[in-house]
Ligand binder design. Structure first.
Ligand code: AMP
Length: 149
């Protein structure tokens, strides 16, 4: 929760706002694209985190990436769904957050992404924080913030 203590604004930490790992749909690096597409379509999400067998965060796979991969010159090449693995197609160059980062750190990173993954020092996956969560926090607390301005 955002609170004002004298002149200091206390922002909640990422650990208070994130969706914990056990509630986040994910796929594994070695899964074929068809499995990732199934998870994406069934869950309704546009992208989900990619983890390795030791639960380390490796990247993000999206419906858009999978469609790009399967789109050939003139037609969709659906065989790519079974003969290509997630790690060949995912976005690996993605910023992450730490549990003790503040909401404002999340806000900066969420400008460019609908969600950002939270990892520990060993890159193990702790959860995600979404743009929706941050917007809801701002919506909920803006009176609290601006009554002091
Ligand atoms: P939202 O802000 O709730 O619309 O979520 C934005 C994006 O975050 C979704 O499109 C998904 O890519 C991702 N996301 C949100 N919640 C989950 C979840 N429980 N499991 C996996 N991905 C999620």
């Amino acid at each position: 929760m955002v609170s004002m203590e004298k002149d200091r604004l206390e922002w909640p930490k990422v650990r208070e706002l994130m969706i914990p790992a056990e509630k986040v749909a994910h796929v594994q690096v070695g899964n074929p694209l068809e499995h990732a597409l199934l998870v994406l379509v069934k869950s309704g999400y546009s992208a989900v985190p990619v983890l390795d067998p030791t639960y380390k965060f490796r990247g993000v796979i999206s419906k858009t990436r999978i469609l790009e991969e399967t789109l050939g010159i003139e037609e969709f090449e659906l065989n790519h769904l079974s003969d290509t693995t997630v790690n060949e197609v995912m976005d690996a160059d993605i910023p992450c957050l730490k549990l003790d980062d503040h909401m404002i750190d999340a806000l900066y990173k969420l400008i460019d992404y609908p969600f950002v993954c939270v990892t520990n020092e060993e890159d193990e996956f702790d959860g995600i924080i979404t743009r929706r969560t941050i917007l809801k926090q701002f919506s909920k607390h803006y009176h609290e913030i601006f009554k002091y301005v």
